[in-house]
Design a protein around this ligand. Sequence first.
Ligand code: ROI
Length: 161
Amino acid sequence: MTTAYIGLGSNLEKPLEQIRRAIKTLSQHPSLHNISVSNIYGSKPVGPQDQPDYVNAAARFDTALSSIALLDLLQGIEQDHQRVRERHWGPRTLDLDLLLYGNEQIDLPRLTVPHPFMLERGFVIQPLHDLAPDILLANGTTVTEQLHQLDTSDLVIITEE
Ligand code: ROI
């Protein structure tokens, strides 16, 4: 079993419902165990500003799936949500990003883990902090220390899980 962390994001088609539905699908999946979910946050878009605000969360679970099998599963769930992705760094119906897969470093054409941009993104690190404040990140700092480096003033808690 490997412990994995994912980030969830949506800013189209009732984002909060997208995130809740994705959490339900993940919770019911036979290959994912002991799932826990962060608070759900509203956040301002990082990247192009001419798009709706996002809803973001993170989840943690244990799985016997390989990293690529897990990626396939996550991409399948994105497809089930009729994911629209109009442009790079543009709005999307549902984004499920594999952030951490145990302590593995993965550099494959389809998959880079730890997620290459996670350290600089408050909308990733804040929900991750809800789940695992003390784990060590790729730069050797804890999630708590990393969080203190980031501006999280545009994050609001929508629901406490
Ligand atoms: N901005 C926020 N706030 N939340 C996201 O999930 C998100 N996802 C993205 C980009 C476009 C980088 N910006 C985001 O992919």
